[in-house]
Design a protein. Sequence first.
Length: 297
Amino acid sequence: MPLPAFDPWSPHASVLREKVFEHLFLGDLTRALLKAGRRCEVLRAEYDGAGYDLVLEADGILRHVQLKAMRASGKRAHVDINVELASKPSGCVVWMLIDPETFTTTRYRWFGGSPGEPLPPLGDRAVRHTKADSQGVKAERPGLRQLTRSRFSSVETMDALLDLLFGDERTRDLHRLRAHLAGQLSSPPTSPAWARLLRLGQFDALPEGLVEDEMGEFTHLVDGYALAGLTDPYAIQTALAAPRPNLDVPDLLASDLWAAMFIEHRRLRFAGTDLSAEHQLWFDEAYQRLRALLPTG
């Protein structure tokens, strides 16, 4: 007697289906990161009670992710979200839309804030038990909220989803820069108040401009060699001997500029050269470009 046909979309297959879609999501995500030369750490919740399924860390950014999935043609108007997700750093919800024939993701729906920001408010739409009590009342489930489809943003590709999860290139660079500055807190203290605040990642403290004596103070708030990825003496010597960077390159990142200023200042110091008017003009331009890339408002 032949076995009955297995329906992967039946309620009895829900647990298996959830695990398959989780593996599908992680495979797509880690493959996209690997192609971009980026790494990701993945942790799973021990049980489904803390509001999230996965913890993802990439580029120094931590995300607690609640995964949801349905058929791409499905009409479901809402999902139920555990309120505990709002207490997690950068909590978010990813709703996968699945092609029922190929079991591939056609697109995503997204609910969450920017990297480092908490989950947006879930609202007060209560979730009720599916079965009524002896009086016919369906009691509320206080730990859950209904999140309607209209609260989600549509995301067409995994690359676009990665930007929402971990930020675009400039956002990731700012996180990297803040982490680097925090790592420099053990260095000898600096005297200007703005310098101490910058080491805490408070870019609002940036002065509008720097005089000559302050330029060295500013450039050496970072380890420019480390920011530029110079890990051995030969690479450092090569960088010090290279021509001064061209500031007209449109896609320079904040860490690129700060590292370039550090290396240029070191080059002049090692050569015993005073800061000429030409050098001062270059540093002023580099500083203003860097200041424009940092969130100062």
